[in-house]
Design a protein around this ligand. Structure first.
Ligand code: PLP
Length: 457
């Protein structure tokens, strides 16, 4: 933070903000009363606000700034591409150099069944693309009645009409209902909530069984696909038992159901692997990506299209009437190429797998001795803990806080006040730090979390 900070009139900015800017997922009366925090600069894992306060960003922005803030090589790559060719689309038999190179690189980095990439501007648009692709696939396969997509409660798959329907967020469905028909939801593999009386492994099989039960209820000949995040992120960092995903794969194989892995959070090293699917031992037919592909420097998303789907769409499909102005945007693709070069050259994915990820696991688990913490776990560089009123012998015997006590939000407030961003999902406190975080910085972060837990007590 040696850099001299520009001075901002925070009050004036906050006034303009609440007068004119409608924020995503925000209660504007509450925002107007408190005033938004104005972020102005970032370097590594730290942010600075308009008051000059330094903040440790435990969330990588919105789970996306994997290589950390302030990477001038990305801004230079973006600048060069803007100077050379700021825009050209890939419609009507045209293409551009960064998009071609990025598609080839993503195929190289992804599991072997992937040889094609469809680019979008965001993760939500990636999931819209999935929905259209799987339904189109089954039409082309001569099974037009195979249209239903099975997802999970509390899943987050985006905010577009299809994304919010695929997602399982009750709060989103409550405002206007499910806009896209033919999508159903099963339970999430949340051991703390639903695993009473079972070992984690037994619970993993039981939770996967909900998929089989739903397929049998609907009839396999009606089911197009199952979609899930390898580790549910916005739902509260729900890390499934080791038995869950292999059983999901077995069920999808048995009934011919396509498997979509939404890796918008889990991709690009977040779990200590290029893709979470590899870690979970699944072979998805489609992978949604966004966020970490550019570390959020420029918006970019897309779908890795596995051979099973791509071969049919390409050989039998003719025109696929779908695409976005910004599909394969050259500037976004240039940012992604440089971001991936950094991930590779600095061996950040290996570092999370072998060194800092295991260290975070050990340090984060140590928080479980705190009187407020009922359960703490992590996977790579995502982690979450449950705040409880009273601890029990096993996690299911812990006494929960009442929702109206809003303990998660109280704890989040202390974190913010103490220069650390940690998100609250109900009573679950979660982090997803930049992959560049060092062991010393992990210690700093754990110290801050402990301090704020003490304050919340
Ligand atoms: N899928 C998952 C798993 C996500 O976490 C998100 C965003 O948080 C999305 C999809 C939507 O991505 P976007 O916000 O880029 O549309």
């Amino acid at each position: 933070g040696a850099q001299q900070q520009e001075l901002y009139d925070t009050r004036a900015l906050q006034k303009l903000d609440s007068a004119h800017y409608m924020h995503p997922f925000t209660d504007h009366q509450e925002l107007a009363a408190k005033g938004a925090r104005v972020m102005v600069r970032g370097e590594g894992i730290y942010l600075w606000d308009s008051e000059g306060k330094k903040i440790l960003d435990g969330m990588s922005g919105l789970w996306c700034v994997n290589v950390g803030y302030g990477r001038t090589s990305i801004s230079e790559a973006v600048y060069r591409q803007m100077e050379t060719l700021p825009f050209y689309n890939s419609f009507f038999n045209t293409t551009n150099v960064p998009a071609v190179r990025l598609a080839a690189l993503l195929v190289e980095l992804s599991p072997p069944q992937f040889n094609h990439v469809f680019f979008t501007g965001s993760g939500s648009e990636g999931n819209d693309t999935n929905l259209r692709m799987v339904r189109r696939y089954w039409e082309l396969m001569g099974c037009p009645e195979r249209q239903t997509i099975i997802s999970r409660h509390n899943a987050y798959h985006g905010s577009t009409v299809a994304g919010s329907s695929l997602g399982g967020m009750g709060g989103m469905h409550a405002q206007g209902g499910l806009p896209v028909p033919g999508i159903v939801h099963i339970g999430q593999p949340n051991y703390v909530e639903a695993g009473r009386g079972m070992t984690e492994d037994q619970f993993g099989l039981a939770a996967a069984g909900w998929l089989e039960a739903k397929i049998l209820e609907l009839g396999a000949d009606k089911v197009a696909a199952f979609i899930g995040e390898p580790v549910q992120g916005a739902g509260g960092v729900i890390i499934p038992p080791a038995t869950y995903w292999p059983e999901i794969q077995r069920i999808c194989d048995q009934y011919g159901v396509l498997l979509i892995a939404d890796e918008v959070i889990c991709g690009f090293g977040r779990l200590g692997a290029w893709f979470g699917s590899e870690l979970m031992g699944i072979r998805p037919d489609l992978i949604t990506f966004a966020k970490g592909v550019t570390s959020g420097y420029v918006p970019l998303g897309g779908v890795l299209v596995g051979d099973r789907v791509a071969d049919v769409l390409i050989e039998k499909g003719g025109d696929f009437n779908h695409g976005f102005t910004y599909s394969g945007h050259p500037v976004a693709c240039a940012a992604a190429l440089e971001n991936i070069r950094i991930l590779l050259d600095e061996r950040l994915v290996e570092q999370v797998a072998q060194s800092t990820g295991p260290y975070l696991k050990e340090r984060f688990a140590s928080l479980a001795d705190h009187p407020l913490v009922g359960y703490a776990d992590s996977c790579g560089f995502v982690a979450g803990l449950n705040l409880v009123r009273k601890k029990g012998a096993v996690v299911h015997d812990c006494e929960a806080f009442k929702p109206e006590q809003g303990v998660g939000m109280i704890c989040r407030g202390y974190m913010f006040g103490n220069g650390m961003i940690m998100r609250a999902v109900g009573d679950r406190m979660i982090i997803a730090p930049p992959l560049v975080m060092t062991k010393a910085q992990i210690d700093e972060m754990i110290g801050k979390i402990r301090f704020c837990l003490d304050a919340t007590l």
